[in-house]
Design a binder for this molecule. Structure first.
Ligand SMILES: [Zn+2]
Length: 210
């Protein structure tokens, strides 16, 4: 018995130094590494973005009773209905045809089309347009939101198509955008791939400046 007791008393001093030497190495790693890795892989969120948003929480800087927030991602797929403007978009995609809507009472023709006349409140009917028109106002965009940043510089124009009484805000394409001017005659061009959206067509100058 005496030899065993002696062995137990000596064991702790041998293990203690080993713990002290390994502790500094652990401090160099990010204590929240696994937390970041888990959410980054789960939602495809960059770790740097997670650190920016959640560093304080993970470091325990938020009050213990404050609302706890964790990362999440929301994606929404849904069907958007064009309602009574549906035929306008179908004709673009299927027949490369621009339609306006005509009021039976005041005879105004709208483009973009309106299901009912804004002045008479009468239901309108469809009329075919030639696709030719005149630039009423235009500007060159050199700055944009991220959605259009790859397209700058591009021309944004208000165009009145022949036979219509309203203006269509649309894009013009030409080799030298700086030559776009009000009064310029233009014609609609349809894209090879059409999806039933307003950008299925754009405008180019009828003569010169193309
Ligand atoms: Zn009307």
């Amino acid at each position: 018995m005496p030899p065993k007791t002696h062995a137990r008393r000596q064991a702790p001093p041998r293990k203690a130094p080993a713990r002290r030497t390994s502790a500094p190495a652990r401090k160099r790693t990010d204590p929240h590494r696994e937390w970041y890795k888990f959410f980054s892989e789960k939602y495809q969120i960059p770790v740097e973005q997670l650190k920016k948003e959640f560093q304080d929480e993970l470091d325990g800087k938020n009050p213990v009773d404050a609302p706890l927030e964790i990362p999440d991602r929301m994606e929404v797929f849904f069907k958007y209905s064009y309602g009574k403007q549906s035929r306008f978009f179908r004709e673009l995609r299927m027949h490369q045809q621009i339609l306006g809507s005509k009021c039976p009472q005041c005879r105004r023709v709208y483009l973009p089309p309106r299901a009912d006349c804004s002045l008479c409140y009468q239901p309108t009917s469809w009329v075919k347009l030639s696709g030719k028109g005149t630039v009423i106002a235009c500007t060159i965009q050199h700055f944009s939101t991220s959605a259009f940043i790859k397209k700058v510089p591009f021309i944004c124009a208000y165009i009145r198509l022949d036979g219509t009484d309203s203006l269509l805000m649309t894009n013009m394409e030409m080799d030298d955008p700086s030559r776009a001017r009000p009064g310029m005659r233009v014609k609609a061009e349809f894209r090879k791939n059409r999806y039933g959206i307003i950008t299925d067509f754009y405008f180019r100058p009828l003569t010169g400046g193309s």
